[in-house]
Design a protein around this ligand. Structure first.
Ligand code: 4NP
Length: 226
């Protein structure tokens, strides 16, 4: 495990969110002031741990901004190939198109690879397209269904399991199949798992993600205009 032992886990980040929500409620602070107040009051050790948990900062940002930002969570089985690649492809589109009110994260149905960096092969293929994959694998949590607005499954198995994990109909309705967003690659009905295959599998993952992520960005942008 290369994960630092004192980095915050999801539960700690979530309790921090609950703490800040209480501050906002009781003190009537703005979000900005709440973050400042929290950072001043959590103590320097906690502040350092928080800054060390770089990948958790994204989650924290999503949590803090949940009423204003649109959160997308990409989900596959291991969270080491398809979904961390999806996260990076989408992040680049967000930057290119200046869609700063969209935040993105990824997670796995399984916890097999908890804390791991993406698969070396996935990272090499992504790197050739100028994408650095630095996400650490984590399992999908019940809270994800509350925090994110769109939960994008890479294949039918991921989709079925996500729908089963949702507590309410509203949560289940947030789960979509990525294949529904393909515009060029309409003969595909999922992002095929590249884990047990060869190099071409990783290339097609990136091609399909590029197609779907542009389409997702368009549909969110269009939705906002309506
Ligand atoms: P992913 O690929 O779901 O795209 O991250 C896989 C990674 C690991 C395993 C399966 C799929 N595995 O069985 O360990």
């Amino acid at each position: 495990r290369s994960n630092s032992s004192n980095s915050l886990d999801f539960k700690e980040v979530y309790s921090l969110y609950k703490f800040t929500e209480n501050i906002r409620f009781y003190k009537g602070f703005s979000r900005q002031k709440t973050i400042k107040f929290t950072m001043q009051n959590v103590g320097s050790d906690f502040q350092i741990n928080m800054l060390k948990s770089c990948d958790k900062i994204t989650t924290f940002a999503i949590i803090m901004g949940k009423s204003e930002k649109y959160g997308i969570l990409f989900v596959c089985l291991g969270n080491i190939c398809r979904s961390p690649a999806a996260q990076a492809v989408m992040q680049r589109i967000i930057e290119e198109r200046n869609l700063s009110d969209i935040v993105v994260d990824s997670a796995g149905i399984s916890s097999y690879h908890q804390g791991d960096l993406p698969d070396q092969r996935m990272r090499i293929h992504a790197r050739r397209r100028g994408l650095d994959l630095t996400h650490r694998s984590r399992q999908v949590k019940a809270d994800d269904f509350e925090l994110f607005d769109l939960i994008v499954a890479m294949d039918d198995s991921n989709y079925d399991q996500l729908r089963r994990l949702a507590f309410t109909q509203e949560e289940a309705d947030k789960v979509v199949r990525i294949a529904d967003y393909f515009r060029q690659f309409t003969t595909y009905d999922c992002i095929p798992d590249p884990y047990y295959g060869g190099a071409e599998g990783f290339e097609i993952v990136l091609d399909l993600l590029d197609d779907a992520c542009h389409s997702i960005a368009d549909s969110i942008a269009k939705h906002k205009l309506e």
